[in-house]
Design a binder for this molecule. Structure first.
Ligand SMILES: [Zn+2]
Length: 755
């Protein structure tokens, strides 16, 4: 999977006026005493000189040479090679194995049976330009993992992106998908939402295709002439219901080790309940062209040279899918550098190593940066550097099917993570362009500080300066004045999810993107050839990523006081509360409006039998919600954050001993843990974070303060009221923790400096 760092590209003219980063002009380093900061900066400068683009290129060639999905011979080969590489850098490297349910296809049939006949090809042809595209014997066929087995013949209905709002449009046009096979285009949501919503509406099968308007010739020249999706290219991918829980569907909450208690497959609620398959636009076109019925609304029409219609009609489709449901092995590579002062505090870095096929971009572009970081840290150790905290570099297996490797590891080491987890830093696919950061808002200032120290290879400005200029060009007024650039909140779509949203480890996800558009995602064309022709072709952004991520790792591992800051967190939470109030009011107004129209008979004419359009249903008026508990908790957190920051500011002068700061650090590293909800989110207790979760109906897309936000969206006002109380309690726990940390810091910094 890949992060969505898709920023607007900055005009070259503006880049000329960016201030160049000035080495040596160092502001105080957050988390360090004056003396400590000087030493830290010296080591970091040495570190950033080590990563080499040529090594990343060679490692990508090696790791993407053959298909390496879960259970394949080359997946295991890569894991063993990675373990040996990390060991050669001086890490204590091991492989942790888990056995998980990962279905692979046995039978795939898709045909149009009336009014004409057409059999879908379901194959991506090899290209002579791309040397790894012809490894058919080792490639996973095009399919959606965790689709149900099935053999269905039914009328076809076009459902646009297949999100809940699209079904409202269908309903207004008098079209039901009950007993039908739906065809949805990719986009508008995470793919797994499409079959989930289709099933909820009574469909018996689902097809997902890549429309060329969004993903193909409508976006640009197609592969191999250009980077975009060719007509036979297919986006594989998982449809496991990960917004309910990710990881092995048979072992929720526990590591899938040998002998672990496993659910029966029929009781695993995250497995999709209908057959679903992804197809190319070449295979989709004859199916869509056979549809009759009403014209699709203009916003539903794609880039194919056909008239887009909704169906149903004479078009009937036969879909037959069968899978091998055996357990497959996972190989997580775990490499440790022991901490010299706090060996029981873990600073963790991860990127997955499995791909859908050759996976040069996703995930190897991130994995090769991670390797160069680890190699560089090993070089520093040889020169005498000792990280204070234990550093763990992980190469996860099985991310593509369901965040399998990271989730099983987090579930297996849950108790240890609660005691020892300090920071988790994730990357996945890397491209070129803007530096993107998402994660815990208590780390927003820290992320900004590091971004000022990393040079953008194209502009020679810092990546922070480039990011700021890009936002100003975008019309973001705040970017001119706010000293910290805002970081995004995390939904899902990569291995950060179990760390942040299940275990409460403070987390960031970083990467470069915006100038690397293409259409090879999850296809056989995500290859070394594609990457080295169309993305970060000289690996200079790979080096910048290694420099940024490695600097973050060193700075957290060595900090006297962990770098969290709570003013930005508090401000962000206040912003979310404001959004919830607006959402409640706009939802209430929409209900009022519709009820008024219904009472005035505005839909009286729609029950015309010649045009069977159904009238929408009214609902009860929205009650007033009491947001006071959230407002009060937010004020408390503001006060605590200000007191903490004041005490933190006296750190450089105070120079307290490490021992006196240990208690402060113990509190700070729990700052996301106390934001976890004891019983988790409604309907999906695996997700525990009160501020961040993937949307139940958006998939990867984040819902902030999800308990309240989704209750309002579902018009479940009683639940919304209860969730306000639970999030307010979490914010109060946070403000209590920050207050206690501030008091300890005041004590520590007012004590006499240790000579
Ligand atoms: Zn990925």
């Amino acid at each position: 999977m890949q992060p969505s760092f898709r920023a607007v590209v900055l005009p070259a003219a503006l880049l000329l006026v960016l201030p160049a980063a000035v080495p040596g002009d160092d502001p105080p380093l957050r988390g360090f005493t004056t003396a400590g900061a000087k030493i830290e900066r010296e080591w970091e400068t040495k570190f950033r000189a080590v990563p080499e683009p040529a090594r990343m290129r060679e490692a990508m060639r090696r790791l993407s040479l053959r298909p390496h999905h879960v259970g394949s011979p080359y997946d295991k080969d890569n894991a063993e090679w990675l373990r040996a590489q990390y060991a050669s850098y001086g890490f204590d490297a091991t492989i942790e194995r888990y056995d998980v349910l990962f279905p692979t296809p046995i039978t795939r049939v898709l045909e149009l049976v009336s009014p004409t006949r057409f059999t879908a090809k379901l194959e991506e042809p090899a290209l002579k330009e791309d040397p790894t595209s012809d490894q058919k014997n080792e490639q996973l066929p095009t399919y959606n993992a965790y689709s149900a087995d099935g053999d269905v013949t039914a009328p076809l209905v076009y459902v646009n992106y297949g999100i809940p709002a699209d079904y409202e449009t269908l309903e207004r046009n008098g079209i039901s998908v009950k007993g039908a096979i739906v065809i949805a285009r990719y986009g508008g949501s995470w793919r797994g939402i499409k079959p989930k919503v289709a099933y909820e509406h009574g469909a018996v099968g689902a097809l997902i295709y890549s429309d060329p308007r969004d993903d193909g010739f409508g976006a640009g020249e197609t592969y191999p002439a250009g980077p975009f999706r060719p007509k036979d290219g297919v986006q594989r991918g998982s449809v496991l219901d990960m917004p309910t829980y990710p990881g092995d569907p048979l072992t929720p909450d526990i590591g899938a080790v040998p002998g672990a208690k496993r659910l029966d497959r029929k009781d695993a609620i995250t497995i999709m309940k209908l057959p679903v398959m992804p197809i190319s636009y070449a295979d989709a076109q004859p199916l869509l062209a056979a549809l009759t019925g009403p014209l699709a609304p203009s916003s539903w029409r794609g880039g194919l040279p056909i008239t887009y219609r909704l169906g149903p009609g004479a078009a009937r489709v036969h879909l037959k899918l069968a899978f091998d449901w055996s357990l497959k092995p996972l190989y997580d590579v775990i490499a440790k550098l022991p901490g010299s002062t706090f060996p029981n505090e873990w600073v963790i870095r991860g990127n997955h190593h499995d791909g859908w096929v050759n996976g040069a971009e996703d995930p190897i572009s991130g994995q090769v940066a991670e390797m160069e970081e680890a190699r560089a840290l090993g070089e520093l150790v040889k020169q005498g550097w000792k990280p204070k905290r234990t550093i763990i570099y992980a190469a996860w297996d099985g991310e593509e099917p369901a965040l399998l490797g990271s989730t099983e590891w987090v579930e297996q080491h849950q108790e240890e993570l609660r005691q020892k987890g300090v920071f988790y830093l994730n990357t996945d696919s890397n491209g070129r362009g803007m530096f993107g950061v998402e994660g815990s808002h208590s780390l927003e200032r820290f992320a900004n500080e590091v971004a000022r120290d990393i040079i953008d290879p194209e502009t020679n400005a810092s990546v922070a300066a480039r990011q700021r200029a890009s936002r100003v060009v975008d019309g973001n007024k705040e970017a001119r004045t706010r000293s910290d650039l805002r970081i995004g909140a995390l939904g899902s779509g990569s291995d950060f999810t179990p760390f942040l949203q299940h275990a409460g480890v403070p987390t960031l996800n970083v990467g470069f993107g915006g100038e690397d558009d293409g259409g090879i995602y999850h296809s056989i064309y995500d290859s070394f050839y594609w990457y080295t022709h169309f993305s970060d072709t000289s690996f200079v952004y790979g080096r910048a990523l290694a420099q940024a991520a490695g600097t973050m790792m060193m700075r957290v591992a060595d900090a006297d006081v962990l770098p969290e800051e709570f003013g930005n967190l508090s401000e962000t939470a206040r912003g979310y509360i404001g959004e919830l109030k607006v959402l409640r009011d706009s939802t209430a107004r929409a209900i009022e409006e519709l009820n008024r129209e219904l009472s005035e008979g505005a839909f009286a004419l729609v029950n015309d039998p010649r045009r069977p359009t159904m009238a929408p249903k009214g609902s009860a008026p929205a009650p007033v919600l009491n947001f006071a508990p959230l407002d009060n908790a937010s004020i408390a957190l503001d006060t605590a954050a200000a007191r903490f920051e004041k005490a933190y500011g006296s750190l450089p002068a105070g120079a307290p001993s490490a021992a006196s700061l240990a208690q402060v650090n113990t509190l700070i590293r729990q700052s996301d843990q106390v934001l976890l909800l004891p019983d988790g989110l409604p309907r999906r207790p695996w997700y525990r974070h009160s501020l961040y979760a993937p949307g139940y109906y958006t998939g990867y897309g984040v819902k902030t303060m999800p308990g309240v936000r989704e209750a309002i969206e579902q018009k479940d006002w009683k639940l919304a009221e209860a969730e306000i109380g639970r999030i307010a309690a979490a914010l109060l726990r946070e403000s209590d923790l920050v207050t206690r940390a501030a008091a300890l810091l005041e004590q520590a910094t007012s004590a006499k400096p240790i000579p």
